[in-house]
Design a protein around this ligand. Structure first.
Ligand SMILES: [Zn+2]
Length: 266
Protein backbone atom coordinates (compact mmCIF):
# COMPACT_ATOMS: atom_id res chain seq x y z
CA UNK A 1 0.00 0.00 0.00
CA UNK A 2 1.07 3.55 -0.47
CA UNK A 3 -1.26 6.06 1.02
CA UNK A 4 0.37 9.40 0.79
CA UNK A 5 1.89 11.73 -1.72
CA UNK A 6 5.34 11.71 -3.28
CA UNK A 7 8.02 12.90 -0.99
CA UNK A 8 9.60 15.86 -2.65
CA UNK A 9 11.10 16.53 0.75
CA UNK A 10 12.91 13.33 1.65
CA UNK A 11 14.25 13.04 5.14
CA UNK A 12 11.63 15.20 6.66
CA UNK A 13 12.31 16.19 10.21
CA UNK A 14 9.11 14.83 11.61
CA UNK A 15 9.30 11.19 12.53
CA UNK A 16 6.16 9.20 12.36
CA UNK A 17 5.86 6.04 14.35
CA UNK A 18 4.82 2.77 12.81
CA UNK A 19 1.82 3.33 10.62
CA UNK A 20 -0.48 0.52 11.57
CA UNK A 21 -3.72 2.38 11.09
CA UNK A 22 -4.40 1.11 7.63
CA UNK A 23 -3.42 -2.49 8.05
CA UNK A 24 -0.09 -2.31 6.23
CA UNK A 25 0.32 -3.75 2.79
CA UNK A 26 -2.93 -5.37 1.92
CA UNK A 27 -2.30 -8.81 0.66
CA UNK A 28 -4.10 -12.07 0.88
CA UNK A 29 -3.69 -15.47 -0.56
CA UNK A 30 -7.29 -16.45 -0.97
CA UNK A 31 -9.29 -19.44 -1.96
CA UNK A 32 -12.27 -19.39 -4.32
CA UNK A 33 -15.28 -17.81 -2.71
CA UNK A 34 -17.28 -20.95 -3.19
CA UNK A 35 -15.11 -22.66 -0.65
CA UNK A 36 -15.94 -22.37 3.01
CA UNK A 37 -12.29 -22.51 3.94
CA UNK A 38 -11.02 -19.31 5.43
CA UNK A 39 -7.58 -18.36 4.27
CA UNK A 40 -5.28 -16.07 6.21
CA UNK A 41 -6.57 -12.54 6.01
CA UNK A 42 -3.83 -9.96 6.01
CA UNK A 43 -4.70 -6.33 6.47
CA UNK A 44 -8.03 -5.47 5.00
CA UNK A 45 -7.67 -7.66 1.99
CA UNK A 46 -10.07 -10.31 0.90
CA UNK A 47 -10.05 -11.66 -2.58
CA UNK A 48 -12.69 -13.83 -4.13
CA UNK A 49 -13.68 -14.97 -7.54
CA UNK A 50 -16.35 -13.13 -9.43
CA UNK A 51 -17.45 -14.22 -12.86
CA UNK A 52 -17.83 -11.54 -15.50
CA UNK A 53 -18.67 -12.86 -18.93
CA UNK A 54 -15.96 -15.25 -19.94
CA UNK A 55 -13.34 -13.55 -17.83
CA UNK A 56 -12.44 -14.17 -14.28
CA UNK A 57 -12.21 -11.00 -12.25
CA UNK A 58 -11.08 -11.25 -8.69
CA UNK A 59 -12.99 -9.09 -6.30
CA UNK A 60 -11.01 -7.36 -3.63
CA UNK A 61 -12.59 -5.82 -0.59
CA UNK A 62 -10.90 -2.69 0.59
CA UNK A 63 -10.92 -0.79 3.82
CA UNK A 64 -14.01 1.21 4.68
CA UNK A 65 -14.59 4.27 2.56
CA UNK A 66 -13.08 2.85 -0.60
CA UNK A 67 -15.49 2.14 -3.40
CA UNK A 68 -14.65 -0.32 -6.14
CA UNK A 69 -15.35 1.19 -9.55
CA UNK A 70 -14.10 -1.13 -12.27
CA UNK A 71 -11.72 -3.96 -13.05
CA UNK A 72 -9.53 -4.79 -16.00
CA UNK A 73 -8.52 -8.41 -16.40
CA UNK A 74 -5.05 -8.91 -17.87
CA UNK A 75 -3.43 -11.80 -19.67
CA UNK A 76 0.35 -11.73 -19.71
CA UNK A 77 0.06 -8.23 -18.33
CA UNK A 78 -2.09 -6.89 -21.15
CA UNK A 79 -5.83 -6.20 -21.44
CA UNK A 80 -7.88 -8.99 -22.93
CA UNK A 81 -10.16 -6.76 -24.94
CA UNK A 82 -11.14 -3.16 -25.55
CA UNK A 83 -11.30 -0.82 -22.58
CA UNK A 84 -14.64 0.92 -22.33
CA UNK A 85 -14.27 2.75 -19.04
CA UNK A 86 -12.50 6.15 -19.13
CA UNK A 87 -11.04 5.76 -15.62
CA UNK A 88 -9.68 2.33 -16.47
CA UNK A 89 -8.32 3.70 -19.73
CA UNK A 90 -6.53 6.56 -17.97
CA UNK A 91 -5.11 4.31 -15.28
CA UNK A 92 -4.05 1.62 -17.71
CA UNK A 93 -2.19 4.18 -19.87
CA UNK A 94 -0.02 5.05 -16.87
CA UNK A 95 0.49 1.46 -15.73
CA UNK A 96 1.35 0.40 -19.28
CA UNK A 97 3.99 3.11 -19.51
CA UNK A 98 5.70 2.02 -16.30
CA UNK A 99 5.25 -1.70 -15.64
CA UNK A 100 8.37 -3.51 -16.93
CA UNK A 101 7.93 -6.25 -19.50
CA UNK A 102 10.00 -8.67 -17.43
CA UNK A 103 7.29 -8.85 -14.76
CA UNK A 104 4.24 -8.37 -16.97
CA UNK A 105 2.96 -11.90 -16.40
CA UNK A 106 2.85 -11.17 -12.66
CA UNK A 107 0.16 -8.54 -13.17
CA UNK A 108 -3.23 -10.17 -13.61
CA UNK A 109 -5.66 -7.37 -12.90
CA UNK A 110 -5.98 -3.62 -12.64
CA UNK A 111 -8.79 -2.39 -10.44
CA UNK A 112 -10.00 1.17 -10.06
CA UNK A 113 -11.31 2.41 -6.76
CA UNK A 114 -12.59 5.72 -5.54
CA UNK A 115 -11.56 7.32 -2.30
CA UNK A 116 -9.96 10.74 -2.02
CA UNK A 117 -6.88 12.48 -3.42
CA UNK A 118 -3.72 11.25 -1.71
CA UNK A 119 -5.63 8.74 0.30
CA UNK A 120 -5.11 5.13 -0.74
CA UNK A 121 -3.40 6.06 -4.04
CA UNK A 122 -2.52 2.44 -4.76
CA UNK A 123 -2.34 -1.04 -3.32
CA UNK A 124 -1.47 -4.55 -4.47
CA UNK A 125 -3.13 -7.79 -3.50
CA UNK A 126 -1.87 -11.26 -4.21
CA UNK A 127 -4.52 -13.10 -6.15
CA UNK A 128 -5.62 -16.69 -6.01
CA UNK A 129 -3.21 -17.96 -8.61
CA UNK A 130 -0.14 -16.11 -7.46
CA UNK A 131 -0.65 -13.13 -9.77
CA UNK A 132 -0.99 -9.62 -8.49
CA UNK A 133 -3.92 -7.24 -8.54
CA UNK A 134 -2.99 -3.57 -8.70
CA UNK A 135 -5.63 -1.13 -7.50
CA UNK A 136 -5.39 2.59 -8.13
CA UNK A 137 -7.56 5.40 -6.81
CA UNK A 138 -9.11 7.39 -9.65
CA UNK A 139 -8.97 10.46 -7.42
CA UNK A 140 -5.21 10.61 -8.06
CA UNK A 141 -5.07 9.76 -11.75
CA UNK A 142 -4.48 13.40 -12.67
CA UNK A 143 -1.26 13.42 -10.67
CA UNK A 144 0.92 11.34 -12.95
CA UNK A 145 4.11 11.67 -10.91
CA UNK A 146 2.33 10.48 -7.79
CA UNK A 147 0.73 7.57 -9.60
CA UNK A 148 3.97 6.52 -11.28
CA UNK A 149 5.88 6.63 -8.01
CA UNK A 150 3.13 4.61 -6.41
CA UNK A 151 3.29 2.01 -9.17
CA UNK A 152 7.05 1.75 -8.62
CA UNK A 153 6.37 1.25 -4.90
CA UNK A 154 3.90 -1.54 -5.68
CA UNK A 155 6.37 -3.11 -8.11
CA UNK A 156 8.83 -3.35 -5.22
CA UNK A 157 6.20 -5.29 -3.25
CA UNK A 158 5.55 -7.56 -6.22
CA UNK A 159 9.28 -8.23 -6.57
CA UNK A 160 9.89 -8.97 -2.90
CA UNK A 161 6.66 -10.41 -1.49
CA UNK A 162 5.89 -13.01 -4.14
CA UNK A 163 4.99 -16.62 -3.28
CA UNK A 164 8.47 -17.84 -4.19
CA UNK A 165 10.10 -15.93 -1.38
CA UNK A 166 7.42 -14.78 1.02
CA UNK A 167 4.55 -16.37 2.94
CA UNK A 168 1.84 -14.11 4.25
CA UNK A 169 0.43 -14.63 7.69
CA UNK A 170 1.92 -15.24 11.07
CA UNK A 171 0.38 -18.57 11.87
CA UNK A 172 2.96 -20.71 10.11
CA UNK A 173 6.47 -21.60 11.22
CA UNK A 174 9.01 -19.23 9.73
CA UNK A 175 12.39 -20.56 8.75
CA UNK A 176 13.48 -17.18 7.45
CA UNK A 177 12.84 -13.72 8.85
CA UNK A 178 9.46 -12.95 10.35
CA UNK A 179 7.98 -9.49 9.82
CA UNK A 180 4.58 -8.09 10.71
CA UNK A 181 2.82 -9.39 7.62
CA UNK A 182 4.50 -12.76 7.24
CA UNK A 183 7.68 -14.73 6.68
CA UNK A 184 10.46 -13.75 4.30
CA UNK A 185 12.45 -16.71 3.03
CA UNK A 186 15.99 -16.94 4.35
CA UNK A 187 18.46 -14.97 2.23
CA UNK A 188 15.68 -13.28 0.23
CA UNK A 189 16.17 -9.55 -0.21
CA UNK A 190 13.19 -8.88 2.06
CA UNK A 191 14.76 -11.05 4.76
CA UNK A 192 18.17 -9.45 4.42
CA UNK A 193 16.67 -5.96 4.44
CA UNK A 194 14.57 -6.63 7.54
CA UNK A 195 17.41 -8.37 9.34
CA UNK A 196 19.86 -5.57 8.77
CA UNK A 197 17.70 -2.46 9.05
CA UNK A 198 14.85 -3.65 11.27
CA UNK A 199 16.64 -5.99 13.69
CA UNK A 200 14.21 -5.18 16.51
CA UNK A 201 11.19 -4.92 14.17
CA UNK A 202 10.69 -1.29 15.13
CA UNK A 203 11.75 1.94 13.48
CA UNK A 204 14.90 3.54 14.82
CA UNK A 205 13.32 6.88 15.63
CA UNK A 206 15.78 8.74 13.42
CA UNK A 207 14.10 10.36 10.45
CA UNK A 208 17.39 10.37 8.55
CA UNK A 209 17.34 6.57 8.50
CA UNK A 210 14.32 6.62 6.17
CA UNK A 211 13.62 8.12 2.77
CA UNK A 212 10.32 9.48 4.06
CA UNK A 213 7.83 9.09 6.85
CA UNK A 214 5.94 6.20 5.31
CA UNK A 215 9.14 4.17 5.05
CA UNK A 216 9.29 4.09 8.83
CA UNK A 217 5.97 2.25 9.02
CA UNK A 218 7.46 -1.22 8.56
CA UNK A 219 10.26 -3.12 6.83
CA UNK A 220 8.32 -3.99 3.67
CA UNK A 221 7.14 -0.38 3.26
CA UNK A 222 10.67 0.84 3.97
CA UNK A 223 11.99 -1.45 1.24
CA UNK A 224 9.33 -0.25 -1.23
CA UNK A 225 9.79 3.46 -0.50
CA UNK A 226 13.57 3.09 -0.58
CA UNK A 227 13.20 1.45 -3.99
CA UNK A 228 11.15 4.44 -5.18
CA UNK A 229 13.80 6.84 -3.88
CA UNK A 230 16.55 4.84 -5.57
CA UNK A 231 14.77 4.62 -8.92
CA UNK A 232 13.56 8.21 -8.83
CA UNK A 233 16.88 9.65 -7.75
CA UNK A 234 15.65 11.42 -4.65
CA UNK A 235 18.49 13.42 -3.11
CA UNK A 236 19.75 11.43 -0.16
CA UNK A 237 22.37 12.51 2.32
CA UNK A 238 22.14 9.66 4.76
CA UNK A 239 24.62 6.81 5.05
CA UNK A 240 21.88 4.54 6.37
CA UNK A 241 19.74 5.14 3.28
CA UNK A 242 22.79 4.73 1.05
CA UNK A 243 23.34 1.37 2.73
CA UNK A 244 19.74 0.44 1.93
CA UNK A 245 20.26 1.38 -1.73
CA UNK A 246 23.35 -0.79 -1.76
CA UNK A 247 21.55 -3.77 -0.28
CA UNK A 248 18.68 -3.48 -2.78
CA UNK A 249 21.16 -3.29 -5.63
CA UNK A 250 22.54 -6.72 -4.66
CA UNK A 251 19.25 -8.34 -5.58
CA UNK A 252 19.32 -9.23 -9.29
CA UNK A 253 15.58 -8.75 -9.82
CA UNK A 254 15.42 -5.37 -8.09
CA UNK A 255 18.58 -4.21 -9.86
CA UNK A 256 17.17 -5.21 -13.22
CA UNK A 257 13.81 -3.57 -12.50
CA UNK A 258 15.52 -0.41 -11.31
CA UNK A 259 17.51 -0.13 -14.51
CA UNK A 260 14.37 -0.58 -16.61
CA UNK A 261 12.31 1.82 -14.51
CA UNK A 262 14.98 4.52 -14.57
CA UNK A 263 14.78 4.45 -18.35
CA UNK A 264 11.00 4.34 -18.45
CA UNK A 265 10.54 7.13 -15.96
CA UNK A 266 13.10 9.22 -17.79
ZN1 LIG B 1 3.24 -0.50 0.29
Amino acid sequence: MRNFGPQSRPLQAAFVAACAILGSVAVLIAVPAASSVNSPDIGEARVSFGGHSARIVEQVSYRDGIERIADLALVDGHPIGAIDNPDVEAAWAIVDSVWPNSIRPNLVQLSIVSERPRGLVGVVHLGVNGGWILSLDRADLGDEVLVKETIVHEIAHVATLGPDSFAFGNDVPCGGVSIEIGCAAADSVMARFAERFWPDAVATGLSSDYVDEYAASGPHEDLAETFVAWVSGWPIGSSEVEAKFELLSTDPLLASLAATLELQLG
